[in-house]
Design a protein around this ligand. Structure first.
Ligand code: M6R
Length: 607
């Protein structure tokens, strides 16, 4: 489960209200189901509730007297494996109901582990997580005979069980009769809140801030035994000491991970969105998306998702040599376009709830087309209409501006292009290697170019009109750059095909209309350079987004935002990260309300 929230409490107070309160503090991340487990160390009783209710509702319906105990764990689920349902909600238990696990992350090899475990265990959910309690149970049974007991036995069993897992996890394990909780992390954040004769565990700092501002950040590979009056941490079976940090944030700051806005936090999460999306579909032998497409592809979408789909046309046509048609959902719905049933129609929608896109997909179904949803939200309406679904795994996106979801949509499209392509194995491997570099390249834009982008954004913030131009696969990137700028900074921005400016918009070019040009090392580079010279001849200031090492561009433009080089077809990723930052800093310079721009909503459920 990627992007779930997990919490734990061990102390002297009643665990239930503390666990629910902590879950409430991370509700802003979004969830589709939740669960809690409370353990009474005095009499060994365990109480569990899982459901589709909100945390507020749980606070109403769970009577404290029935859920009595001072050890507790809780989970808010944002589904990735298995639909949102009671059976898939956490905690997940071993066969005897004595080992309970809440998990954030993705267990990549859960299928093969599950097959091995099925001989002895009864699985009750469709989740990847459930292999963990069963693995711990099996390992415990096996090593119990070695003569070890108590805490040492538990640590050994958990250490060994975790060594079988591939993928990412932050987990909290509650074991019946044990007077503490065991927590562990790999590639998913996990913290311990340090209290007085009580301790807290959580995936996110806001979950514990109401109780304590003393926090230990667990490190990669750490396993911690957390009791009410002690915390033991080991790494590689050796005890380690971790510093206790004082968190100076308010709860609101902490929800944003210390960033001023969700949008900035989400741009910083773009590298992770790429990793998680790739991780979901790369297999040992290549790429698996789980469906067969028909001969022709059509994509329907709105807004930023439409621009991702437009990139998809360039990408899929180049890699797979399959014709791709892209339509704005709102236009397609009332058009006379007739579709043959030899088409696969793909709805691109991060929320899965956009009314125009849902309507377009239903129309495609009426023509007998094969339908596929590409979305970020498990169980969303589009998944119930489409024949097949591919999840983009960006994690919850709170800012109205789509940022990390756009990046994850692009990654999904690269995967789709390669999945559909009939190319030699060696070429496929070359593409996959380069895809795996993308998180690092996105991170380089964030780390190395942010200062320059801030300067340029402050400069652009002084204008009322900005053009964004690109060619080829970077044309939709220019359109997305313009949409992002106008949406959050309220600067009028137009995205244009660079070769089209001379057919009309040239009339608008003056020294008061800056132009942002998006380049890459591709077959249209020289052409775009020619367009830039024409623009400069009309006095318009030009900002280029160009790759490191392109020395030529500096001669023709006023400022350059540098991005790391990759294959030209993959350049929309680093370029878009740069444009998201540009829009953010311009809006910030103009004092706009960035996360909730006026008149806009995160999902547009009306036609
Ligand atoms: O949820 P969807 O991807 O279907 O949303 C489509 C558009 O409403 C959305 O991309 C919108 O344009 C964003 N505000 C752009 O940042």
């Amino acid at each position: 489960m990627a992007m779930c929230g997990i919490v734990g409490y061990v102390g002297e107070r009643e665990a239930l209200p503390i666990v629910l309160g902590s879950l409430q503090r991370i509700e802003y991340r979004g969830y589709d189901s939740c669960g809690i487990l409370v353990q009474d160390s005095a009499n060994g009783q365990v109480y569990m509730h899982k459901g589709l209710e909100s945390i507020d509702e749980l606070m109403e319906i769970l009577p404290l007297c029935d859920y009595h105990g001072n050890i507790g764990i809780g989970h808010t689920r944002w589904a990735t494996h298995g639909t949102p349902s009671v059976r898939n909600a956490h905690p997940h238990l071993d066969c005897n109901g004595e080992i309970a696990v809440v998990h954030n992350g993705i267990i990549e090899n859960f299928q093969s582990l599950k097959e091995g475990l099925l001989r002895n265990c009864r699985f009750r959910s469709d989740t990847d997580t459930e292999v963990i309690p069963h693995l711990i149970e099996n390992t415990l049974m096996r090593i119990r005979d070695s003569g070890e007991s108590g805490e040492e036995l538990l640590k050994d069993a958990i250490r060994e069980s975790l060594s079988y897992l591939k993928g990412s996890y932050a987990i909290i394990v509650a074991i019946k009769g044990f007077d503490g909780l065991i927590a562990a992390r790999r590639e998913s954040p996990l913290i311990i809140g340090v209290g007085d004769r009580e301790n807290f565990i959580a995936s996110d700092v806001p979950a514990v801030l109401e109780q304590t501002n003393r926090v230990i950040y667990l490190e990669e590979g750490d396993i911690a035994v957390v009791k009410k009056d002690g915390i033991y941490i080991e790494n590689g079976a050796v005890e380690v000491k971790r510093v206790v940090r004082l968190i100076p944030w308010t709860i609101e700051d902490a929800e944003k991970g210390g960033y001023e806005h969700f949008m900035l936090k989400e741009i910083h999460e773009e590298p992770k969105a790429i990793i998680d999306t790739l991780r979901g579909y790369l297999t040992e032998t290549g790429i698996e998306l789980g469906f067969d497409a028909r001969h022709d592809i059509m994509m329907v979408a709105c807004g930023t998702s439409y621009y991702a789909a437009l990139c998809g046309k360039y990408i899929i046509e180049h890699i797979a040599r399959i014709p791709v048609q892209v339509e704005l959902a709102s236009e397609f719905n009332y058009s006379d376009t007739v579709l043959g049933d030899d088409k696969t129609v793909i709805a691109m929608t991060q929320s899965g709830e956009t009314a125009d896109t849902l309507m377009a997909l239903k129309k495609a179904k009426r023509f007998g087309c094969h339908t596929v949803a590409i979305t970020n939200v498990v169980g969303s309406s589009v998944t119930r209409i489409a024949d097949d679904t591919v999840y983009i795994r960006a994690g919850p996106e709170i800012g109205v501006a789509a940022t990390k979801s756009f990046i994850a949509q692009l990654v999904t499209i690269y995967l789709l292009g390669l999945y559909l392509a009939d190319i030699p194995r060696h070429d496929l491997e070359g593409w996959i290697e380069e895809l795996k570099r993308l998180p690092q390249l996105a991170q380089m834009v964030i780390d190395d170019s942010n200062a320059v982008i801030q300067d340029i954004a402050r400069y652009l913030a002084g204008f009322e009109n900005v053009f964004f131009v690109g060619r080829g696969v970077n044309l939709p990137v220019a359109l997305e750059g313009a949409l992002k700028l106008k949406e959050i900074s309220y600067i009028h921005a137009e995205g244009y095909a660079a070769g089209e400016l001379k057919h009309g918009p040239f009339a608008l070019l003056t020294n008061a209309t800056p132009v942002v040009a998006i380049l890459s090392n591709d077959n249209v580079y020289e052409k775009l350079l020619g367009n830039i010279k024409e623009i400069k001849a009309r006095d318009a200031p030009v900002v280029a987004v160009a790759v490191e090492g392109d020395d030529e561009i500096e001669k023709y433009v006023d400022a350059v935002i540098r991005v790391p080089a990759t294959r030209a077809l993959l350049s929309p990723i680093p370029n878009s990260v740069a444009l998201h930052l540009l829009a953010y800093w311009a809006a910030k310079a103009r004092g706009c309300e960035i996360d909730k721009p006026r008149n806009l909503a995160k999902s547009v459920t009306v036609e």
